[in-house]
Design a protein. Structure first.
Ligand code: SAH
Length: 394
């Protein structure tokens, strides 16, 4: 079954970009249903790529292979997963780093598929009708590649609806026995709940940034906002923070921060938690003139799409401006955005605007991105979604 492109619309596929939008299509295949494997061809009929079809989505085909000889079957899946895992397994020693993203969708050649490994539990997110149709092959592929692991499905994201799929969660293998996994990276431990935690259980995209920011926290009074289960908090304590105030609106997250601080044997007296709205909490600190040496801003995605970028930037400006005002002289702001549609340059400009309005003298020391197990295929720049900057305040 062929998807025929309009004349001149083949350029991005020739550059190995994996997305085909419906506006580029001259003729859709008759009778192909959601999740079918289709070939995308030029107006002259030349093969460009093969991928999953989503007739009702704007993103009408997501390419899996640019090789005409490659069949989309279990062997194909196994090959892609094994390649992705080899990259991670060669990079980190599992004795000191046992929480790793195995698959990062498009950038690992499997658009719409996410898998995170927490010790011997693999948490999987199936986001496309194509992988949904291949779920048995997918489960078998994982079982054959990782016989020591159990599998849990966390396909509970609203984006499934775009593919006509219901949300779905639960164990995928019989050897799954506990949703709570005790993971560790670089000597810091935390508990991941693959059943109830956010996304696949926790966020691994900031692991390097936790370590880097933690390393400048010695002797500092630190504020970790949008802390979730305490990634930055734990590494700040490891780095010798004098005190840490951790804020999240989720009660469960706050309970987990406390539990994780205790799990590591850190001094619990240094920890203050607030289950609160960060926008309001920052204003309270301003009004009560409370200050900090280091502030971390790691909010959730403020912009879901290009249409929300302006509104998102106003929210980023608001919290960054407040944060600059709360910093003591010589302090640091580590500020992030995980909105893919807010480009790094734009985010930096918003932070610069906030710095200007705060009337502080601010210098940027570092730019951050997502951890290496969330790589960005060079042909798929959209894969870079997490960006951040480390600012020093005079
Ligand atoms: N910093 C975390 C990840 C943060 S994810 C880490 O490194 O692992 C974003 C977090 O913000 C979620 O835990 C969510 O519960 C919280 N959140 C969302 N909106 C919020 C708000 N307005 N105030 C406080 N927390 C909020």
């Amino acid at each position: 079954m062929n998807v025929i492109l309009k004349k001149g619309k083949e350029k991005s596929l020739l550059r190995k970009h994996p997305w085909v939008f419906s506006g580029a299509v001259a003729r859709f295949p008759q009778g192909a249903t959601a999740g079918a494997v289709v070939d995308v061809v030029t107006s002259a009929g030349e093969f460009l790529g093969r991928g999953f079809y989503s007739p009702n989505a704007q993103l009408v085909v997501r390419i899996l292979t640019f090789d005409k000889a490659e069949t989309i079957d279990k062997a194909f899946l196994k090959n892609r997963i094994a390649t992705a895992w080899a990259m991670r397994a060669n990079r980190w020693d599992s004795a000191t780093h046992n929480a790793v993203r195995i698959l990062h969708g498009e950038s690992d050649g499997l658009p719409g598929l996410i898998a995170d490994r927490f010790v011997n539990v693999i948490s999987i997110q199936i986001l496309s009708a194509g992988f949904e149709a291949m779920r048995n092959e997918l489960i078998e592929a994982f079982q054959e590649l990782f016989p020591e692991c159990s599998l849990y499905e966390r396909s509970d994201t609203p984006t499934r609806a775009l593919e006509g799929l219901e949300e779905r969660t639960g164990p995928l293998t019989q050897n799954f026995n506990s949703p709570l996994v005790d993971v560790s990276v670089d000597g810091v431990r935390w508990l991941v709940d693959v059943e109830k935690g956010q996304k696949t259980g926790c966020y691994l995209d900031q692991v390097d940034n936790w370590q880097e920011v933690g390393a400048i926290c010695n002797g500092a009074d630190v504020l970790d906002t949008f802390c979730y289960n305490g990634g930055f908090t734990l590494y700040a304590l490891k780095g010798g923070a004098k005190s840490i105030c951790s804020i999240d609106s989720s009660e469960e997250a706050i309970e987990n921060v406390k539990r994780n601080v205790a799990l590591n044997g850190f001094d619990e007296a240094k920890l203050e938690v607030q289950c609160a709205d960060v926008f309001a909490a920052l204003r309270k600190f301003r009004d009560s003139r409370r200050t900090f040496d280091i502030i971390i801003l790691d909010p959730p995605k403020f912009a879901d799409s290009k249409g929300h970028v302006e509104r998102a930037c106003r929210a980023y400006k608001d919290i960054n401006l407040l944060a600059f005002k709360l910093l003591r002289p010589g302090g640091y702001l580590a500020t992030y955005s995980c909105s893919g549609s807010v480009m790094p340059e734009l985010f930096q400009k918003v932070v610069a605007d906030a710095a200007l309005d705060s009337k502080r003298v601010v210098r940027m020391e570092r730019r951050f991105m997502q951890a290496p197990d969330h790589p960005v295929a060079m042909s798929f720049p959209e894969g870079l979604y997490l960006k951040g900057v480390l600012c020093h305040v005079e």
